[in-house]
Design a protein. Structure first.
Length: 285
């Protein structure tokens, strides 16, 4: 049981933490200013900033003086999250997310993709996704890098943005249906997606876990775009030059560190799933 001053302080601390990201995002939107790195975390990932700022304690915590809202029930002068009050669809979501995260965790991380998915998205095209941002090596130089290195992307939601010319160069063909079979913990996009799974399980996900997943996604997105073909140095993202052996080694080291950082968050999300999946009913003989 948290008394009202305690949980309100926790809620304020959470809001202050994530406002370091949501505040600048709102300001950029007000000015009509695009950000090729950070916008991804608010557009590809669909959680509204206001919802990211909202605090939830997770299961097993009653809030004295709290207000009822979806998923919560009242007990005397307190409210608490109740699995029975949550939408039925969350059970199916939890079952899929648990299977995906368990499968991902069971595999060794692959550290040899070198972020070529971003390069494959602009390979032999006159319309790169971030058209206002110059390519570090120009179009021909970018194409040459894709042609000089093996492309092995295991993440469907990265692969589906490959250009038509780049898709056949990939070593595998990841599909939505085969996502559980392909995802592995070295993949930057699989690591960023921990944030997606955290908010898909909301309000069951404790907000400290949601914020930890978002913070990790912010850092991973930074590497993702630093290793991309775009020149983002003026925005504070010096390049990881994966076209060189030294750059590829730098990328792999950072990739391994992110996989290690993601592992405990993945385990905590599995625990949230377990709380949402009903225990099997014992058979009567």
């Amino acid at each position: 049981m948290f008394d009202e001053p305690t949980w309100r302080a926790l809620a304020a601390a959470h809001r202050a933490r994530v406002s370091a990201w949501t505040g600048p995002h709102r300001e950029r939107r007000r000015r009509g200013e695009a950000h090729p790195v950070m916008d991804f975390l608010f557009t590809y990932y669909s959680l509204r900033p206001a919802r990211l700022e909202q605090w939830d304690p997770g299961f097993g915590v009653a809030l004295r003086g709290g207000e009822e809202r979806p998923g919560y029930v009242r007990d005397a002068d307190a409210v608490r999250l109740d699995p029975a009050a949550l939408p039925a669809r969350l059970t199916g979501t939890a079952e899929f997310v648990r299977a995906l995260l368990e499968a991902t965790a069971s595999r060794a991380p692959r550290l040899g993709c070198f972020g070529l998915h971003e390069w494959a998205m602009v390979y032999r095209t006159d319309a790169p996704r971030h058209g206002a941002v110059p390519l570090r090596l120009g179009a021909a130089g970018t194409d040459a890098v894709v042609e000089s290195l093996p492309v092995h992307c295991t993440h469907h939601d990265a692969y589906r943005f490959f250009t038509a010319a780049a898709a056949p160069r990939n070593a595998v063909t990841p599909t939505r249906d085969a996502q559980v079979a392909h995802e592995q913990p070295g993949c930057l996009h699989a690591t960023m997606d921990l944030y997606k799974w955290a908010y898909k399980l909301s309000p069951a996900t404790p907000s400290d876990l949601l914020a930890d997943c978002f913070a990790l996604a912010v850092d991973v997105r930074g590497l993702d775009m630093r290793a991309s073909p775009y020149d983002l140095a003026d925005l504070g993202y010096p390049p990881v030059r994966i076209e060189t052996a030294a750059g590829r080694a730098e990328y792999a080291r950072a990739q391994a560190a992110f996989a290690e950082r993601a592992a405990p968050l993945r385990r905590r999300l599995v625990e949230v799933c377990d709380q949402l999946i009903p225990a099997p009913t014992p058979h009567r003989s």
